[in-house]
Design a protein around this ligand. Structure first.
Ligand SMILES: Nc1nc2c(c(=O)[nH]1)N[C@H]1C(S)=C(S)[C@@H](COP(=O)(O)OP(=O)(O)OC[C@H]3O[C@@H](n4cnc5c(=O)[nH]c(N)nc54)[C@H](O)[C@@H]3O)O[C@H]1N2
Ligand SMILES: Nc1nc2c(c(=O)[nH]1)N[C@H]1C(S)=C(S)[C@@H](COP(=O)(O)OP(=O)(O)OC[C@H]3O[C@@H](n4cnc5c(=O)[nH]c(N)nc54)[C@H](O)[C@@H]3O)O[C@H]1N2
Ligand SMILES: [Mo]
Length: 676
């Protein structure tokens, strides 16, 4: 068992735990507790990546734990759907209502009329895909494809490299060239940025590919401010340059890769000039990037998630990830690529949770609005939302809200705070935060696996996921009795290799699977079936609408000429902590676009397309390219004048690979809202 069980922990001034929020860094924390209350949250040194410092959001996380929006008791709806009015009830009554609905719907309509809805970005190995998965499987509920994030990049990384372990932050200092592509680590994983700066001090060149001038671009050698959704032509043009100018490492490719000719043929369609026109960038700057990449080693590509969220996002990610293979950048420390490292440990929930059950209906979570309003074989009768806030985080917000407002839909929301989704619940269940329960946190930037333990008692009557799902399953007679959190920790850790388990439970951190950091093609290799890099996976070629590496043109129209993107903000993690944002949201817009519309800084504006309208303020800045506007992801409905957010303008069309969300592929118009 962990060294600091909660009772002993309570008497201790500082307790070590881990942040589970959906960020690549997975920071180790030192939390000070006095008289059972959190008084300070800080970084600890247990994780070398954290190195004792953390972001402002998590330093202020006690504001959420004890905040006015925290759910303290179970509740039953009293007002109309969506009104957020509930009567306090005890857990017995609430769980009876939940179990009753699940039983009735399963018996009358079949298990597939139950839709469990979770994403779990901010959850570790214990609080998702354990008791919940067992419950849904035994009920024969619809299954959920968890595609809202990382689906296109995940499919790309899996198909090309079998998710080979990727370069970790500390090795960035060895690079002589770093390309940060569609990532903004200064906001979305802050511990990478100092390593990039250190590499630059040692002489590395920095290239940033992003429609916005992110903080890293201030010191970048080249910033390619591409139009959103044009990464595929840009990456293919670099491939084309490498092949045509004799910089492709043909010997390496012959030994280690398949599909080279097909990639080369698609790249041939995109000479530098043509790609530059499509992306709206200077062709000379693009050629300089290609030339730098050909010449400098070690060279690293940090692929982020900004580029995946559009119609060609999967192919774009494949083309970006293929760069180090074609240019022969593997095999040296500080060379290769970084994508998600979440698969590096090789841990799958099937190791500690019963194997998959029946192949019931699979619902793509990005189509929630349609599932609730259109699916009829069978219609969704019970929706159970946990570890997710779909009212504001899923595309086509109007359709999602129409679905949630259905009077004949029974909705359970299990969350920590009164989210915009929770307002639509019929039964509301209060959940503990990561500071109140056990978990195991797996990072997706660094390769780290750490223990999460309660530093305070559960606030109010909140309960952990394992506790609640176990109890529901027991009520339905699907299991004989639930298990406590500590038992789940024992079960899950018991399935881990011994050194990992011991490190985790005794030191709070597992020893990494590689001595030091993995060097690609030295001590980490493709995990594809035959160990080869697959540059043109046939299975994907069939499913992509324009074929693999096939470009679909910009959908902008005269009516909706502006591209809207919605990147991560430093104030929230997705929508988590959004309740603490008091200021009205601001749409970033280039001065030329503002002038063309007669808009001045902080004017009230309407941002609209055929899907909906968002009313907010405009923030005029030259740190975004003309023709592109940006509104933060994760806003709560209260952050805009009319209660709609960026997801109201994002289409529910899916990406070319992986069924991902097209958040950065919205086209809009912006106009003044008059006095506000
Ligand atoms: N503070 C904070 N940190 C977070 C999160 C958060 O909400 N807040 N979210 C977490 C989660 S869930 C994730 S998935 C990660 C995401 O981590 P990142 O990928 O770093 O974050 P994003 O902000 O989605 O996108 C990165 C950049 O892509 C740019 N971009 C948008 N469209 C395009 C495009 O078409 N092409 C290119 N090249 N760039 C484009 C955006 O301007 C943005 O600067 O961050 C995690 N960390
Ligand atoms: N416009 C726009 N929207 C986006 C994106 C974008 O780029 N643009 N990006 C998307 C991305 S990258 C992601 S990852 C998704 C994330 O979207 P979501 O998966 O909806 O993530 P969050 O908004 O963080 O909501 C997670 C919820 O789970 C709750 N929760 C956390 N831990 C527990 C627990 O242990 N038990 C229970 N019961 N509840 C818990 C939290 O309180 C929180 O309300 O958002 C997407 N939405
Ligand atoms: Mo995400």
């Amino acid at each position: 068992m962990p060294r600091n069980p909660p009772s002993a922990a309570l008497g201790h001034p500082t307790i070590e735990t881990t942040c589970t929020l959906d960020c690549p860094d997975s920071c180790s924390l030192a939390v000070s507790v006095e008289k059972g209350k959190i008084v300070k949250i800080d970084g600890s040194h247990r994780s070398p990546t954290t190195g004792g410092y953390i972001c402002a959001k998590v330093r202020g996380f006690d504001g959420r734990v004890y905040g006015a929006d925290r759910l303290l008791y179970p509740g039953l709806r009293t007002g109309p759907k969506g009104s957020g009015k509930f009567a306090r009830v005890g857990w017995e009554e609430a769980l009876d209502a939940v179990a009753g609905s699940l039983r009735e719907v399963r018996d009358r309509w079949g298990g597939e009329a139950i839709l469990p809805f979770s994403y779990g970005g901010s959850n570790g190995l214990l609080t998702q895909d354990t008791h919940d998965a067992e419950l849904w499987r035994r009920l024969g509920a619809s299954r959920l494809a968890r595609t809202v994030c990382a689906a296109p990049t995940g499919v790309a990384n899996m198909a090309v490299y079998g998710k080979m372990p990727s370069v970790t932050y500390a090795d960035y200092v060895h690079a002589r060239l770093i390309i940060v592509w569609g990532a903004n680590p200064s906001t979305s994983g802050i511990h990478l940025a100092p390593f990039v700066r250190e590499a630059q001090k040692r002489g590395a060149a920095l290239v940033v590919v992003d429609p916005r001038a992110t903080p890293l671009t201030r010191h970048a050698d080249i910033h390619l401010a591409v139009r959103p959704g044009t990464d595929l032509p840009v990456a293919l043009a670099i491939h084309h340059y490498l092949f045509e100018r004799g910089h492709a490492d043909l010997a390496f490719l012959a030994r280690h890769a398949r599909g080279v000719d097909q990639l080369r043929a698609r790249a041939a369609e995109w000479p530098i000039e043509r790609a530059a026109v499509e992306a709206g960038i200077d062709p000379q700057a693009l050629e300089r990037v290609a030339c730098l990449y050909a010449e400098r080693s070690p060279a690293l590509v940090r692929c982020g998630w900004g580029l995946e969220r559009n119609r060609c996002g999967g192919s774009a990610a494949m083309a970006v990830l293929a760069l180090p293979a074609v240019a022969g950048k593997f095999g040296v420390r500080g060379g290769g690529y970084t994508m998600s490292n979440s698969a590096t440990w090789g841990l799958k929930s099937a190791m500690w949770t019963e194997a998959a059950g029946p192949s019931t209906r699979l619902v793509n979570m990005n189509l929630l609005g349609r599932a609730l309003t259109e699916y009829d074989t069978p219609p969704v009768r019970t929706l159970f939302v946990y570890n997710c806030n779909p009212a504001v985080t899923i595309p086509d917000q109007h359709r999602v809200l129409r679905g949630l407002a259905r009077d004949d839909l029974f909705t359970v929301v299990f969350d920590q705070v009164m989210t915009d989704t929770a307002r639509f619940a019929d039964v509301l269940l209060p959940a503990t935060t990561f500071l109140e329960h056990y978990d195991i946190a797996k990072a997706y930037g660094p390769v780290s696996l750490q223990l999460v333990q309660p530093v305070i008692d559960a606030v109010g009557e909140s309960r952990s996921n394992g506790d609640v799902f176990g109890e529901i399953a027991a009520r339905l007679g699907l299991i004989s009795e639930g298990e406590g959190d500590a038992e789940t920790l024992t079960r899950v850790s018991g399935a881990l290799p011994e050194d990992i388990r011991t490190g985790l439970l005794e030191q709070g951190i597992a020893p990494p699977p590689h001595e030091g950091a993995p060097v690609q093609f030295v001590d980490a290799f493709p995990r594809t079936r035959d160990g080869k890099i697959d540059l043109f996976p046939e299975a994907l070629a069939v499913s992509a609408p324009a074929g693999l590496y096939g470009y679909l043109p910009d959908p902008a129209t005269e009516q909706y000429p502006l591209a809207l993107i919605s990147p991560a903000s430093s104030k929230t993690i997705s929508s988590t902590l959004g309740e603490l944002r008091e200021r009205v949201a601001q749409l970033e817009m280039h001065p030329d676009d503002a002038a063309a519309r007669g808009l001045a800084h902080e004017d009230a504006v309407r941002v609209f397309n055929d899907l909906g309208e968002v009313q907010c303020q405009v923030f005029v800045t030259d740190r975004i390219r003309p023709g592109t506007v940006s509104l933060a992801k994760g806003l709560w409905r209260k952050s805009t004048f009319n209660g709609f957010t960026a997801t109201a303008l994002a289409p529910d069309t899916l990406t070319d690979l992986g069924g991902g969300a097209c958040f950065n592929d919205a086209r809009v118009q912006v106009a003044s809202l008059g006095k506000h």
